[in-house]
Design a protein. Structure first.
Length: 220
């Protein structure tokens, strides 16, 4: 069914800007937008709220199999609770890559991600959209940026939300998350063989969106 639905897969490391870019591209094309990272954040928040040990793969898998998040009018609800802001907390961000390495968690979320593909099309962002979830997507983009640039972006986001932030700690955390994501046994972070690489370190948002849209014009 999804073979006939246009999909743009945008992958990349944490804070590479893929969520912002994917959302803008989806809006420009009138496509649906899948923030796959939100699903992993929801699974992580759920585990933290339930006091599940992040090293307990079996418990994490069982808990994730039971979640049924609801996306409505730009908000995210879990068990009747609005978790839109909660899943973006730094505690959740730091823990998500630990939860995401669990094969059972990834399997539980796989179908939720596949089901997001609907006409007229989908722009999906994440870590393995082009390699695992939508390997037949006609356009796959792998966004990158240096850890320092990504840390600065996250630093500004946190300050804008009124949260305290340490730039050096954020940089070290992103480097560690990159290492974990790229070394995990299941669906490691890497560009698909036919992905287009785009380093956004020196690019503005509109410039990146324009580039992705131009690639889509070429691909379809």
């Amino acid at each position: 069914m999804t073979d006939s639905i246009p999909v743009i897969a945008i992958d990349g490391p944490a804070a590479s800007g893929k969520g912002t870019i994917a959302a803008r591209v989806a809006e420009a094309l009138g496509f649906y937008y899948l923030d796959s990272g939100a699903l992993y954040r929801i699974a992580t928040l759920n585990a933290l709220q339930k006091g599940i040990c992040l090293d307990d793969a079996e418990a994490l898998t069982v808990a994730t199999q039971k979640i049924a998040p609801i996306f409505k009018e730009g908000r995210i609800f879990l068990e009747g609770q609005d978790v839109t802001t909660a899943i973006r907390a730094e505690e959740v961000s730091a823990a998500t890559s630990r939860v995401a390495v669990v094969p059972g968690v990834r399997a539980a979320l796989f179908e939720l991600q596949k089901d997001a593909a609907q006409l007229p099309g989908l722009v999906a962002d994440g870590r393995d959209m082009g390699t695992v979830v939508f390997p037949d997507a006609p356009l796959k983009v792998f966004l990158t940026a240096t850890a320092r640039v990504r840390a600065e972006r996250r630093y500004r986001q946190l300050l804008e939300r009124g949260e305290e932030a340490d730039l050096a700690a954020l940089t070290a955390d992103l480097e560690e998350r990159d290492r974990r994501d790229s070394k995990r046994a299941t669906a490691p972070l890497k560009p698909a063989e036919d992905a287009r690489d785009l380093d956004t370190s020196e690019m503005g948002i509109e410039e990146v969106v324009k580039k992705v849209l131009s690639w889509w014009d070429e691909a379809r």
